[in-house]
Design a protein around this ligand. Sequence first.
Ligand code: FDA
Length: 429
Amino acid sequence: MHQRELSLAFGGFDVAVIGAGAAGMMAAAVAGQRGLRVVLIEHAARLAEKIRISGGGRCNFTNIGTGPANFLSQNPDFCRSALAAYTPRDFIDLVEKHGIAWHEKHRGQLFCDNSSEEIIAMLKRECDLGRVAWRMPCAVQGVARHEDGYLLQTSQGAVAARQLVLATGGMAIPQLGATDFALGIARQFGLKVVEPRPALVPLVFDAQAWEPFGSLSGVALEVEIQAQAEDGRPAGTPARRSGKGKRNTVFLEDLLFTHRGLSGPAVLQVSSYWNPGEPIRVDLAPGQNLEQSLLDAKSGNRQQLATVLAGLWPKRLAEQWLANAATAGGMDIGTQRLADVPDKTLRELAANIHHWTLVPSGTAGYKKAEVMRGGVDTRGINQKTMEARNAPGLYFIGEALDVTGWLGGYNFQWAWASGAACGRALSAA
Ligand code: FDA
């Protein structure tokens, strides 16, 4: 690029934000309202698609119980500072300032009464208040460091800014324009990347292994579920010294049988902790003592076991479970009268239901995932400002970072909090 073009370009902006999603719009609005000259660059033709489709179209925009324990990361304390500096209450205040009606649905999860479009419009208005300039749709072809800042080659010409914010999110739902752009830029500038993987995603099984359960597609029930490595520590988290900072990775949520495997909130939650080759453990009758219930009901009971079990469990599941046990070489106990089934058999049946252990063959992949686990290694990032330690003026926010929230509004709260932390830290000329 010629010197004149370069200086013209650098005459432009204090900040260029790439990615006009949840975190990017928050950072741009906060910085713009502080008087910084901000340009927001988005390659998609429609704004904030993930906000639009989130929460079944009503955007589960935060969780009032948000805390560091609701996030996975190789650096679990990293998120602490930003989450404390921008809380769910802060976002609720913003939502209320814009007159958006909301309600709590389930375990602290807050949703719009009407539509997620209201959250997008709110963030757009906040950007307008900060006089944010837009380049959209606009593809970024290259990023280079310059002594005065960063120079971007884009489909709308050169854009230069003293500071650059990467807010391009994770790779979930590539069909909506998700990319690994931030990870490429991180590597370009010498930052490490924690291996990215689909998370909050259905788990799938080999066709043969799943055949006995395929007919259960559509059956849903509450379960207690966990992914646990063989040494007893939760899968996917670094080994920890005794007790301190122990993470709760047992979830009590609904599970859904599908044609290919398991889904539903319980499975999405545990998928973020699951590593290939490891088992997941499911209690299919949490809070019940099936052994006791069956033994108590046994004396003189002329009903078939399948009928009794169907009174304690979803009927389709009870029938199929007993049929599978028979197919696997056991007795066809489902048709036996409960009184005739040996105690030992009832105990084994109850134990199998309370301790169902199975090894998924994989996940349903980024196409079906809600988020990406892993991302830019936060050990190279300042936790208060989101600035890269080794590249002054380069910031990473939102899902692109190795901070992955549970299902239930936590990922948006991270996007708002990291975006706000960055927006407050960016400097004017
Ligand atoms: P986000 O994905 O929001 O934004 C990134 C932006 O960068 C996008 O606009 C993208 O087009 C753009 N971009 C990507 N590459 C680019 C490039 N090379 N150049 C320019 N622009 C580029 N979370 C939650 O808390 N509650 C919920 O209800 C839901 N529901 C939900 C449903 C579904 C179906 C999905 C897939 C995800 C959710 N999530 C969620 C997760 C949540 O949507 C997600 O964690 C946040 O949107 C992440 O915010 P970011 O700003 O980091 O990325």
